[in-house]
Design a protein around this ligand. Structure first.
Ligand code: GCU
Length: 336
């Protein structure tokens, strides 16, 4: 059995629960042998109740149920195991087993993933999921084995838009502003093309950076904007939807490959089912958080087609700079 101290305790607890549930009920499956119980950790930087964490909990529940209690996945939300980059580093060396991470974060480790987050790439959410649930998405999930990582499924993360302490309605308004980005080269390039200064910052530090004036704005989806309280400071939200950066559940390949064929199948299927739950939860919460943003006094601007076009034109060179992904971009654009 892996990880002796904590797992032993969990194994004891799980066994106890099973014994209670199965006592005197011969038709039921038998509790797992303690020696067969494995306990894994899944990291997420979002708080309890956030759509990704709801999806993760569903994933853990399905896996535990279908492996007859032999695989227990403990979910650690709120960046308890570290920020995303740290968690991915830990995962590569087996110190964390599973994680839910943003594809932009993964692009810093495996640059071809940038192709998924090129600006104004998808026609809409349906187009994005046709891509992710098809050959391109599968290829990306399998493309991280050189990092000892395997992607299991795709979560929704909506579209990312800008928000700031002063009003922005055009790329011109961004001149001279410090805009926080995730730590990827492509996002830095995107901000430069818009005339702003990119400031790569860990997600959990964005609030303080904004509060202390180190940054003037950032970009994200409504649920992240509100749950991280960025709406308290950046009172202008502009729905420009410059990128979609989907999220995934990752597993360390040494963990995954050490499991039985049946357990691996259960994990893959559970991840796909959990992703469906996450996507529904996302749709529900996204609208809810937009309402909360409005209620908190934020000015939300929906761009006119002309205003939006100014952003599309300004960031168009990003696609040329990443010409090496032309083939993947073509596959994405050809996906219905
Ligand atoms: C989203 C995403 C996080 C990510 C964050 C960021 O909120 O869910 O995983 O860390 O964006 O902007 O860094």
């Amino acid at each position: 059995m892996r990880r002796k101290a904590l797992p032993l305790l969990c194994a004891g607890l799980a066994c106890g629960l099973w014994l209670c549930a199965c006592a005197g009920n011969n038709g039921r499956p038998q509790p797992p042998e303690p020696a067969n119980i494995q306990v894994f950790r899944l990291a997420d930087n979002q708080p309890e109740g956030y759509p990704t964490v709801v999806g993760n909990r569903k994933f853990a529940e399905l896996v535990q149920e279908r492996t007859n209690g032999e695989i227990i996945i403990e979910v650690f939300p709120d960046a308890q195991l570290g920020d995303e980059i740290t968690v991915v580093d830990l995962m590569r060396f087996g110190a964390v087993d599973f994680a839910r991470v943003s594809s932009n974060t993964m692009a810093t480790f495996s640059p071809s993933i940038n192709a998924l987050s090129l600006p104004y790439l998808y026609r809409d959410k349906e187009h994005m999921f046709n891509v992710l649930d098809g050959p391109v998405g599968d290829q990306v999930l399998e493309s991280m084995r050189h990092l000892n990582l395997l992607g299991l499924c795709w979560y929704d993360s909506g579209a990312r838009s800008f928000y700031s302490v002063t009003e922005i309605t055009s790329p011109d308004d961004m001149k001279g502003l410090n805009i926080r980005v995730q730590e990827t080269q492509m996002m830095m390039d995107l901000i430069r093309y818009l005339g702003g200064t990119p400031v790569p910052t860990v997600f959990s530090e964005v609030y303080t950076a904004m509060k202390t004036g180190v940054i003037d704005g950032a970009e994200n989806n409504f649920p992240s904007y509100v749950t991280a309280s960025h709406n308290e400071i950046a009172k202008f939200f502009i729905v420009d939807e410059h990128i979609r950066s989907p999220e995934m559940i990752l597993v360390n390949t040494r963990v995954f490959d050490s499991l039985s064929e049946q357990q691996r199948r259960i994990i893959r299927e559970a991840a796909l089912e959990a992703a469906q739950v996450q996507r529904q939860e996302w749709a529900r919460q996204e609208a809810d958080y937009e309402r909360q943003a409005i209620a908190s006094g934020v000015k939300i601007t929906r761009l006119t087609p002309e205003q939006r076009q100014a952003f599309v034109d300004a960031v168009a060179p990003v696609r040329d700079d990443y010409e090496e992904y032309a083939d993947m971009v073509r596959q994405i654009l050809e996906t219905p």
